[in-house]
Ligand binder design. Structure first.
Ligand SMILES: NC(=O)c1ccc[n+]([C@@H]2O[C@H](COP(=O)([O-])OP(=O)(O)OC[C@H]3O[C@@H](n4cnc5c(N)ncnc54)[C@H](OP(=O)(O)O)[C@@H]3O)[C@@H](O)[C@H]2O)c1
Length: 224
């Protein structure tokens, strides 16, 4: 499939792009928002296109020409406030879903976040949670929009992301339980889960948590 990665310059995005570039069954287009990022991908012989989640649906649709699947791994990041979270993580995601529908694309995989489906976790008063409840609400409603979109969706909810080498293993479950373990996962393993989800159509219509674990990722994805 020809896959557009939105947020391709991000930490997960870059790994996904590299993995798809070296994948026999897929082609990749890196979706970025800056000229120097576009050039950096082109220097690596990777196709790229401009896609700004604060831009119009029409412009996004143009960026999706000849695309068969969208991977959304963008995010406003922890240094911005609630306004950008709302406009990028929520409305940006929704606009890209609408653009995909308009462009006739069926397949859409989104990187959500653990507990985006668990409103109890969103409390503004819970001092253990450093991210505002608005972040989880934004991720949640983007997920809901995708579920109701009619697209062939997969929603991946990773736990805390780490910049360490992937293990090729993970625990995937509708809701992972802490049970004394640290809930964290290498960004590379999230990328592995995204690629495996593109490879295995049983992931269509599925939403699941993803954390570090002992199961081979390809096998775990096939069993979802
Ligand atoms: N951090 C965690 O522990 C955690 C846990 C669970 C889930 N997540 C989710 O994981 C996903 C990816 O994480 P990551 O670490 O790869 O994030 P990242 O490195 O911050 O990458 C985010 C990407 O989104 C892009 N972006 C921001 N605003 C944009 C806009 N208006 N239009 C287009 N692209 C835009 C950024 O572009 P630039 O490169 O141009 O800035 C960047 O490339 C996010 O959805 C995040 O919510 C994070």
């Amino acid at each position: 499939m020809n896959v557009l990665v939105i947020g391709a310059n991000g930490q997960i995005g870059q790994i996904v792009v590299d993995k798809l570039k070296n994948h026999d069954a897929h082609d990749v287009v890196a979706g970025v928002r800056k000229e120097d990022q576009k050039k950096a991908f082109e220097n690596k012989d990777i196709k790229s296109t401009f896609i700004d989640l604060e831009g119009s649906i029409e412009d996004m649709e143009k960026a999706m020409e000849n695309v068969e699947a969208v991977v959304f791994s963008a995010g406003s990041g922890g240094d911005t406030g609630a306004d950008k979270t709302m406009m990028i993580d929520f409305d940006g995601a929704v606009k890209s879903i609408e653009a995909a529908k308009n462009a006739g694309i069926k397949r859409y995989i989104i990187v959500s976040a653990v507990n985006a489906d668990n409103r109890e976790y969103w409390s503004y008063n819970n001092e253990e949670i450093s991210i505002g409840g608005y972040y989880f609400a934004a991720k949640h409603y983007a997920d809901v929009w995708l579920k109701n979109s009619g697209l062939d969706y997969t929603i991946i909810r990773p736990t805390l992301l780490l910049n360490e080498q992937g293990t090729g293993k993970a625990e995937l479950a509708e809701n992972v339980k802490q049970e004394g373990k640290k809930l964290e996962i290498a960004r590379e393993d999230v990328a592995n889960i995204i690629v495996a989800s593109l490879d295995h159509d049983n992931t269509i219509g599925k939403s699941f948590d993803a954390t570090g674990g002992e199961d081979d990722i390809d096998e775990a994805v096939k069993k979802l």
